[in-house]
Design a protein around this ligand. Structure first.
Ligand SMILES: Cc1ncc(COP(=O)(O)O)c(C=O)c1O
Length: 392
């Protein structure tokens, strides 16, 4: 076997294979062009069509589009009434935006540990974390796998918590046959280019509840309400809102992408299943659980290194993969270990031991719909090469 490129060998690929990439076709471009040529390029009819299509896809009553997934999370925390003195429970294994949205509202994020097999919130840990003035729980469908909602929802109901599911990774997935989006009080999505569908930047909140949808629309648009539709100039600011609107031409891209969500998913699933097939016997990696009652959304393909079989740590494996031009990466450095969280909330190491042990072993491998099977073979070859060299 060749020497790893990190040590001067020839890289498996000559050009970097990213971990994620958007899929844009001529239909997307035509849709955006048409929206740009119309009279209203923001707050127009295409946005409403996109919202209706999103709601229909998730089988919920309302979709409220936002400027990005972070704004959608902020909107959901606002609509849930989170405020100073409140607490909201979430996972440390997420992009910081999930917890930041709680902080924007002056509330305190409380981190509960994850389940070692699924890497999503452990309902028992959530129960233990539910002390003090908890008002909401924000489960995150990490990598694309829906959380254990059958256990989280009854717990939240019993305690009176609002459930805000962060489904940035799992839109298109299902849980017990129900689509992601229809499981929680509110479900937030992100349409960042790395995600399952894109609007460039964008996001949305899905909900069945009329009161929450109304609050989300108000929050997104400066806290404005129009008491008299016949006199729109007499608008009123009823609360402190934000400008978190999505433009119509972004919505046009979203509509066109949403039409292809299923075909994107088929392709992601094919690649992910092939990775699982090839890696399941590997002595060097462990695969996260794939419970049969869930359709994984496959935003990310993650593996857990078996560090006891390797002479190097996760960072060296990532560096070695990068040297082979494989854009492997880490999802995520744990939220409470970021300096801002350490300093503001005084969270120390040891808070969530299962997540801390998992984080040291996590590697995200490239996965996106236009990736070819040859690209995937490059990833597998690079792994073989690196594991062979660093096997203990
Ligand atoms: C789990 C999760 N939540 C929220 C976000 C924030 O989404 P956005 O980048 O659209 O603001 C992301 C994306 O980066 C994410 O991965």
């Amino acid at each position: 076997m060749d020497k790893p490129a990190l040590l001067g060998g020839t890289p498996v690929r000559s050009r970097l294979l990213p971990y994620a990439r958007q899929t844009i076709d001529s239909g997307d471009i035509a849709g955006v062009g048409e929206a740009l040529a119309s009279n209203l390029i923001t707050q127009g009819p295409t946005l409403e069509r996109f919202e209706r299509a999103l709601a229909a896809r998730a089988r919920v009553k309302h979709a409220v589009a936002f400027a990005n997934g972070t704004a959608a999370l902020h909107g959901a925390c606002w609509a849930a009434g989170l405020g100073p003195g409140d607490r909201a429970i979430t996972t440390p294994l997420t992009f910081a935006a999930t917890a930041n949205a709680v902080v924007y509202q002056g509330a305190r994020p409380v981190f509960a540990d994850i389940d070692a097999a699924s890497l999503t919130l452990d309902p028992d840990a959530v129960k233990r974390a539910g002390r003090g003035r908890v008002r909401a729980v924000l489960p995150v469908d990490f990598a694309g796998l829906a959380c254990d909602y059958d256990r989280l929802l009854p717990l939240a109901r019993e305690k009176g918590w609002t459930v805000i599911a962060d489904a940035a990774h799992s839109f298109g997935g299902t849980y017990g046959g129900r689509p992601v989006g229809a499981l929680a009080d509110m479900t937030t999505l992100s349409f960042h280019p790395a995600k399952l569908i894109t609007t460039g930047e964008g996001g949305a909140v899905l909900t069945d509840r009329d009161d929450l949808a109304e609050r989300l629309r108000t929050m997104r648009h400066h806290g404005i309400r129009c008491p008299d539709r016949a006199r729109p100039w007499r608008y009123e600011i009823v609360e402190l809102g934000h400008n978190y609107r999505l433009t119509d031409f972004q919505a046009a891209l979203g509509l066109s992408q949403l039409d292809r969500l299923e075909s994107f998913w088929q392709r992601r699933d094919r690649i992910a299943q092939r990775y699982r097939e090839r890696l399941k016997g590997s002595p060097f990696v462990e695969l996260p659980a794939l419970p049969p009652d869930r359709r994984h959304g496959w935003h990310l393909f993650v593996v857990l290194l078996r560090l006891e079989r390797l002479s190097v740590d996760r960072d060296t494996v990532l560096q070695a993969l990068r040297a082979e031009n494989i854009g492997a990466t880490l999802h995520y450095p744990l939220v409470y270990r970021h300096p801002f969280y350490r300093e503001r909330f005084e969270y120390g190491p040891g808070l969530c031991p299962v997540a801390e042990a998992a984080e040291k072993r996590l590697v995200t491998l490239p996965l996106f719909p236009t990736m070819s099977l040859d690209d995937q073979d490059d990833v597998l070859r690079a792994l073989d090469k690196i594991f062979a060299h660093y096997a203990r």
